[in-house]
Design a protein around this ligand. Structure first.
Ligand SMILES: Nc1nc2c(c(=O)[nH]1)N[C@@H](CN(C=O)c1ccc(C(=O)N[C@@H](CCC(=O)O)C(=O)O)cc1)CN2
Length: 306
């Protein structure tokens, strides 16, 4: 799904995500009919971060839209690590819950890795558990992190066979950069991960047929870093002051990606916007992963959704 822009085709992640949620909903219904199992997702949020609250609300609403059970656990930011681990143990043991997600970031007094690794790997719908990271690295079936999975779906929808393409990923996080590299390697791309110590990043980016920006720095990637006709996937979600000085003075913000969109769209062949690109795919893929986990819990083969 792409609409024409000045130069680049704009990849409509929002529309793709809506289609995916509808497909998940159909598959969820068929799993209920065939196995009497209703997929269930538990989301845990600690604290009051407004962006996290918004994402968690969206997750709950979309889960219900897809016909799944949705439980949201809202915990105070004074919650101890022990209390959070006790809740996870309870959710691991709950047969009606097939997916568990702990919204990140967690407050500083909680060790995120300890919490993520307490989630049963079979219910780890974020795909962040070391077991799922390992499965992805060796090409075994597991649960794949939602944002890179969504990026891959968009890329395959746009480009079809990716084999032999040069992919450059800017950012080496465990959540996006590293799993994205594994997924693109699995599609037989030639993959480079760039990071803060990479030499001549603009020149490296210009070698990319596929450029994935996941660095968390507003509009860092400029138009002249992009090869003519390349496909640009912008994972960044950064809040910056409004362009209108009066609104900016009132503290109003706007959301931008890691790519300088206006410049990049003059050069790229295809590009994801922010908002409306990768972000909505993250939530749709979370539902797809929850459906997959529910299927596996009863030995059913998940339908292909993406
Ligand atoms: N446990 C997790 N925590 C976090 C994840 C994650 O995948 N698992 N990712 C992000 C937040 N996130 C989902 O949790 C998320 C971020 C953004 C969007 C989205 O649709 N964004 C909109 C713009 C919304 C805005 O204006 O702020 C868009 O891009 O169109 C969805 C999900 C960190 N935490």
């Amino acid at each position: 799904m792409a609409t024409e822009n000045a130069a680049a085709a704009v990849i409509d992640g929002k529309a793709f995500a809506q289609t995916l949620v509808t497909r998940v909903g159909g598959a969820v219904e068929r799993l209920i009919a065939s196995h009497g199992v209703k997929a269930g997702l538990a989301v845990v949020i600690v604290g009051e971060d407004p962006a996290s609250q918004l994402y968690v609300r969206n997750k709950g609403e979309t889960t219900l839209k897809a016909g799944m059970r949705s439980d949201t656990h809202r915990l105070a930011d004074t919650t101890t690590q022990e209390e959070l681990l006790a809740l996870i143990a309870q959710l691991n043991a709950d047969d009606g819950i097939h997916g568990i997600l702990v919204q990140l970031p967690l407050p500083a007094h909680i060790d995120s890795n300890a919490v993520l690794d307490a989630i049963s790997p079979d219910k780890d719908v974020d795909g962040f558990h070391v077991v799922n990271a390992g499965r992805l690295a060796v090409g075994q079936d597991g649960l794949v992190p939602c944002t890179p999975l969504g990026c891959l779906m968009l890329l395959k929808d746009q480009l079809g066979d990716l084999s032999g393409m040069n992919a450059v990923i800017v950012g080496r996080s465990n959540i996006v950069g590293k799993p994205m590299a594994q997924l693109l390697l699995g599609e037989s791309c030639t993959v480079t991960i760039a990071h803060s110590r990479t030499k001549d990043l603009p020149a490296l980016c210009r070698t990319a047929d596929i450029l994935v920006a996941a660095v968390g720095r507003p509009e860092m990637i400029k138009g002249d870093w992009i090869k003519e006709g390349a496909t640009v996937i912008d994972v960044g979600i950064n809040r910056v002051p409004s362009k209108d000085p009066v609104k900016a003075a009132e503290g109003k913000t706007r959301v931008v990606g890691d790519v300088a969109y206006e410049e990049a769209a003059q050069v790229a062949g295809r590009i994801t916007p922010v908002p409306g690109g990768v972000g909505p795919m993250t939530i749709a893929c979370l539902l797809a992963n929850t459906y997959t986990a529910a299927c596996r819990s009863v030995g059913a083969t998940p339908e292909k959704l993406g």
